[in-house]
Design a protein around this ligand. Structure first.
Ligand code: SAM
Length: 271
């Protein structure tokens, strides 16, 4: 793929899907496109490009290409310090003043992050006197990942990051090598497709917690700033936004203050 083709492809992808492919990820783009070209029997980039640009008959193919061009790596309790911040600070402080908590896991991939948050929340709620409610919404651009997330079925080796008490409580053996997230917990978590590009049209407002990790890293600084500003606007006053450490340097927003907690990058809404 030469420079001009790369520019054409990245423009087409950004226009059609909002996906941004940085110049240093050219080989990743090439390998994803080639995989789809093999599947659909296209012999060269130009032919496949023409097919994709040919109008709205290509919805399925676009979805499969987007899936090739996004990284879905994840695991339960992936970033321990951020999860600890949720458990030690965010959850107790929200429930001190309110009876319910709503969380959003942005770019949730196959659901492990959303279920990890739900485990922490459920565990806290069950220990309290009186009724407490919570909901977690996981969103992603990838339909196959969301389908996997809804099923809540994982290989046993994915249990690695899950503490023994949570394994017992929330992970039911399905067969000798898989487990399924407990149906009562699954009821508290919903998954829906959302391209971050369209976040303005999404019905997200007054959230207590927005958790967004390992997604911004695929965008340049300008796009990261736009995305994070929009995520911050979805919070209620005192709501917390948690990013991956190092994913956004020196960000400032008039209504957000930094939450100081070791090895984390988090902001609280102040207005
Ligand atoms: C590396 S995974 C991160 C999963 C999880 N947040 C974690 O930290 O373990 C990144 C996810 O972001 C999703 N993603 C990438 N671009 C997106 C976009 N524009 N809108 C919504 N989701 C997107 C991908 O499909 C992928 O599942």
């Amino acid at each position: 793929m030469d420079d001009r083709q790369f520019a054409d492809w990245t423009r087409l992808l950004e226009r059609h899907t909002g996906l941004f492919i940085a110049p240093e990820r050219r080989s990743f783009l090439v390998s994803g496109i080639r995989t789809r070209m093999r599947e659909v029997g296209c012999r060269n980039y130009r032919e496949y490009y023409r097919q994709l640009s040919a109008g709205n008959t290509q919805v399925r193919e676009w979805s499969l290409l987007v899936d090739e061009l996004t990284v879905h790596e994840t695991c339960f309790f992936r970033h321990a310090s951020s999860m600890k911040l949720v458990e030690d600070v965010v959850v107790p402080s929200v429930f001190e003043h309110r009876q319910s908590l709503n969380a959003w896991s942005v770019g949730c991939a196959t659901g492990e992050e959303s279920y990890s948050l739900a485990m922490l929340l459920d565990d806290f709620c069950k220990k309290q006197e009186g009724e407490r409610y919570f909901g977690v919404t996981g969103t992603d651009i990838s339909l196959p990942s969301l389908q996997h997330a809804r099923e809540g079925l994982y290989l046993n080796r994915r249990l690695q990051g899950v503490r023994p008490r949570f394994r017992e409580k929330y992970c039911l053996p399905e067969n000798s090598h898989r487990f399924r997230v407990h149906p009562d917990l699954r009821k508290r978590v919903c998954f829906s497709r959302l391209n971050l590009r369209d976040v303005d049209q999404a019905p997200f407002a007054n959230l207590d917690l927005v958790f967004c990790q390992n997604l911004l890293i695929y965008y340049d600084r300008e796009r990261r700033l736009q995305i994070v500003k929009r995520l911050a606007e979805c919070l209620r006053p005192a709501g917390v936004l948690i990013l991956g450490p190092g994913e956004l340097l020196e960000w400032q927003h008039p209504n957000m203050e930094r939450v100081r907690y070791p090895d984390t990058l988090a902001y609280r809404r102040t207005d």
